[in-house]
Design a protein around this ligand. Structure first.
Ligand code: ADP
Length: 453
């Protein structure tokens, strides 16, 4: 069922419920009021008849007749009984019906009310000249009942018409309110890979629907960015893989053109080996990137003591690059050893930290990287500082894009995968990474990991 139908049906049901309840109340109270009023009239008529009868019996010419209601009652009959329940008088014998004995059995001051077919009946005790008489009065409230019948019809038809009007109006308003949603659906429906740049129109008012359009637009922006990144990623990856492959092919083809000396062959083999190593590095980086992007895989997570890992990385890097200098400082030394651990895949976290420390040494003329460790109760902060060539503001914005290399990186070995991989890995383990840098002054990388629980 569409939201429009749901809204109009629900609203109509609610209004219909209230209307019907209200109509029942009106009908019930009208009926109650009519009955009370009719019984009062019946009583007055019966009392007058009784007074007249007793006065005539006593040869009394002056008798009191109540002027409360002189209008005749349809099929009226009043029966007067003495205290021994003997019938003395009946006002309209042709309107009589069988009287039941129990109609006269009640306590003093009490009155009984019954109904028989359309007749409404009351029996009560009436005191005349200090003596108790029993009266049974009956009649049909022809006008009252017909008024009530009319009221019933008015209420039924009124309700039906009101419910129909409410339904039509609620449908109209639901359509009006949901119009922007239909517009959004139509627009979103036609957005595909080819026209991802399209955006939804945002109305001036600050209602939920314009907020929804804004959210959709933001989502479209993210999807578009992801799409562009994916497209660039594939072309950059192919380019990065093709470069060393072309270099290898070229070198081997040139070498094979003629007979060469052993020294020449050695040189070519070394150069080809360098290219193969680069290829290998890129392939490993790509594999790690895929692994880091796999959010669900936490099977190989272990507890890692951060400072120990950093010392290991330092030793490994120094073994390969003897020119590097890596200093590790502790901003504080926690009493509780437990807050020095983080949780994650050892290989991935190691790869991320190696990339950052290697960059710091690689891009600094003094080859010096300063690492500062800060242990907080719930997170561990790592700063990697260098006094290197720095990164331009323009490059800083795209630094985490796979295969992106800054203009400053010309002349330095690398593939542009390192920082992209770092970000994915650190975020995979709920950490954070960001860089601050100044051209020709140096760069600081801030990394934060949550403490292992
Ligand atoms: P690369 O293999 O090129 O070092 P990264 O992804 O590790 O790739 O880094 C991306 C780019 O960020 C580098 O090409 C370089 O321009 C810049 N960069 C990263 N770290 C530093 C740093 N410490 N100092 C200067 N530039 C850096």
């Amino acid at each position: 069922m569409t939201i429009r139908n749901k809204l109009s049906f629900r609203f109509t049901f609610i209004v219909a419920g209230i209307l019907i309840l209200f109509s029942f109340a009106i009908y019930f109270f009208s009926e109650d009021y009519r009955h009370d009023e009719f019984i009062t009239r019946l009583k007055t008529h019966a009392e007058n008849s009784a007074l007249r009868f007793i006065a005539i019996q006593n040869n009394d010419n002056i008798y009191y007749i109540s002027d409360k209601d002189s209008v005749t009652i349809y099929k009226e009959n009043s029966l007067l009984f003495n205290k021994h329940k003997k019938l003395l008088f009946q006002s309209n014998p042709h309107n009589s019906f069988p009287i039941k004995k129990e109609w006269l059995e009640f306590e003093d001051e009490e009155e009984l009310q019954f109904s028989f077919e359309d007749f409404e009946i009351i029996s009560f005790i009436y005191k005349i000249n200090g003596e108790n008489y029993y009266i049974i009065a009956s009649g049909i409230d022809k006008y009252g009942l017909s008024k009530l019948k009319n009221l019933k019809l008015v209420l039924i038809f009124g309700n039906i018409i009101c419910i129909l009007i409410v339904f039509v109006l609620s449908r109209f308003y639901a359509t009006q309110i949901l119009k922007p949603i239909s517009r959004i659906i139509q627009k979103v429906d036609i957005i595909s890979e080819q026209n991802l740049h399209e955006r939804l129109k945002i109305d001036d008012n600050d209602d939920e629907l314009s907020k929804l359009s804004k959210t959709f637009n933001k989502m479209l922006e993210r999807i578009e960015d992801a799409f562009i990144m994916k497209r660039n990623f594939v072309s950059n990856a192919s380019h990065e893989l093709r470069t060393p492959l072309t270099a290898i092919t070229g070198q081997l083809e040139v070498t094979l053109l003629k007979q060469r000396s052993i020294d020449d062959y050695e040189k070519v083999i070394k150069s080809v080996l360098d290219d193969i190593k680069k290829l290998n590095q890129i392939c490993n980086g790509l594999l790690d990137l895929t692994y880091a992007n796999n959010k669900e895989d936490n099977l190989s997570n272990v507890k890692i003591r951060v400072d120990e890992l950093l010392w290991e990385i330092r030793n490994d890097l120094l073994k390969i690059h003897s020119e590097y200098q890596i200093e590790i400082d502790y901003l504080n030394m926690p009493d509780d050893e437990n807050i020095m651990f983080i949780k994650g895949n050892m290989h991935l976290i190691r790869t991320a930290l190696i990339n950052v420390i290697d960059n710091a040494c690689k891009y600094a003329p003094d080859k010096l990287a300063k690492i500062v460790l800060d242990f907080k109760s719930d997170r561990i902060k790592i700063q990697v500082k260098d006094n290197g060539i720095g990164i331009s503001e323009e490059d800083l914005k795209k630094i985490f894009t796979p295969f992106y290399r800054g203009i400053n990186a010309k002349g330095f070995k690398g593939s542009g995968l390192g920082l992209a991989l770092c970000k994915r890995i650190i975020e995979k383990y709920n950490g954070k990474i960001f860089l601050t840098s100044q051209l020709n002054k140096g760069t600081t990388v801030f990394i934060e990991f949550p403490v292992a629980v």
